[in-house]
Write a protein that binds this ligand. Sequence first.
Ligand SMILES: CC(C)(COP(=O)(O)OP(=O)(O)OC[C@H]1O[C@@H](n2cnc3c(N)ncnc32)[C@H](O[C@H]2O[C@H](COP(=O)(O)OP(=O)(O)OP(=O)(O)O)[C@@H](O)[C@H]2O)[C@@H]1O)[C@@H](O)C(=O)NCCC(=O)NCCS
Ligand code: ADE
Length: 476
Amino acid sequence: MSERVDVFKNGRAVSLEAVLENREWRVAKQEKLEATFKEETVVAVKLNMPGAIKNSPAIQQLFQAGWQLFLAELSTWEIRHLEVFSKRPTGPEGFLVVTGDLTAIKKKAIAFEEQFFMGRLFDIDTMAKTAPDYQLSRRELGFAPRTCLVCDDDAKACAKARRHDLAAVQEAVNRIYEEYFVIDPVIPAWNEEMVKKAATFACLAEAVTAPKPGLVDPLSTGAHADMDVYDFIDSSLALENYFGLCLDAGRHFRGSQLSHLLTAIRPSGRRAEELMYLATNGVNTHKGTIFTLGILIAAYGYASRNQQSPSLSFVQSVVSQMTSQLLDDELAKTVAQADSQGNRALTAGEQQYRDFQLTGVRGEVVNGLQPLATVGLKTLRESRGSRNERLLNTFMALSGSIVDSTLVKRAGDPKVTAELADWVAQFNRLGGANTEAGMRYLKELDQTFVARNLSMGGAADYLVLTAFLGRLTGLL
Ligand SMILES: CC(C)(COP(=O)(O)OP(=O)(O)OC[C@H]1O[C@@H](n2cnc3c(N)ncnc32)[C@H](O[C@H]2O[C@H](COP(=O)(O)OP(=O)(O)OP(=O)(O)O)[C@@H](O)[C@H]2O)[C@@H]1O)[C@@H](O)C(=O)NCCC(=O)NCCS
Ligand SMILES: Nc1ncnc2[nH]cnc12
């Protein structure tokens, strides 16, 4: 049984005076915004956190997840002004000024509080000095009163009667966090624009994360003489449209056999490979990414059709069903045919299947990209520090949990995977990317990788997939 999450861990208790002073600060801020933007709607977003601890790394994560989603919900309106204070001891807060009708925005805010998985922890106030319906209540807008986190009765009644002790209410918060981020992450149903942006962000975030041993980043081109970080920028931008096509294929798929969804996206995948080569002047930057991220996006599209927010395990099962025929029906047959007819050179993945029974990237998708949940998102969520440090820790954890066909190809021997496990263990012993020693070690490893012409293209791709889901769930 894994360790229970305590959202309040590493948080600092604040006094009642501090909370009251913060309320005055908030009111002053709101009034100033209302006075500056007289014709607009001011929106104030904060969390309902029971007890004296109002902020912590986990509380910031859950605020960020909701804040991003709420911003996307408002995308039909013009946002004139935005301020976020995620580190206030009294809890993260954000303010927006939106050009739009107060009632419509208020309804959107209430719908968000009702529908977003962690929406019950959010408290969104909307105000517009000049609007006639300034004081409209939830009930007048057709919504039920807010419910208690513990028993689902009217929250105000429970609070007034002090029906539950603090430990029970904090436990309810922990449970909501765990259900959203930990047990089986929930992925909101984002629109196409956001998904495309998240995918492109993920490709770029992987490319700029540094130092990654053997790989291309802004500090080094690693063991890749034929490309640099700008090729990755060009390549990432060239793929944006493809990501949208994969999502669309998933969202509109009506067949009963999910392997047909893979068939449906394959022509777009081949075209995306061509576009990648055009963008990079013939260099393979993202062939693996095109394959795995394309499949993941199509599976997510399918799982989130009808505006449902799927769990990660459901998306993974779709990935697995889409690709179930790739090993026995495709890889085994292709290798056997190529061997008997000798009419084409085998790819690295095919050779490794023939010589070492390694299933490479195909095996990863057939198994539903398992390390995403067990290693990628887990490490990203648990890691602290800058985004670069968190992504480096995630990258190293991922590299130690897969058999990377690029690494095996470059080493010419699958035993390199055991060597890599030792390097990852040493990195962890040094405290990972959050310590100077850990960062120094990554640079030393880069030199070893360059000297031996090693590269971890598969782990880089897993980092892209993790960053993509991290973006969709609010971890990045
Ligand atoms: C099914 C295909 C992926 C074809 O694959 P292939 O038989 O070549 O399969 P693999 O070798 O198994 O893997 C291909 C790429 O997948 C990445 N990868 C490797 N291991 C894993 C893993 N365990 N988990 C996830 N991903 C993995 C890796 O891609 C990255 O590395 C590439 C850079 O490598 P590098 O050595 O620098 O470059 P090369 O050009 O190969 O060699 P050099 O000249 O430099 O030495 C880069 O692509 C990264 O993304 C593996 O390389 C698939 O391509 C396919 O079927 N394509 C046909 C069209 C299609 O259907 N497209 C997809 C539709 S959805
Ligand atoms: N940063 C990177 N360097 C080299 N190969 C990669 N494949 C995916 N990302 C990569």
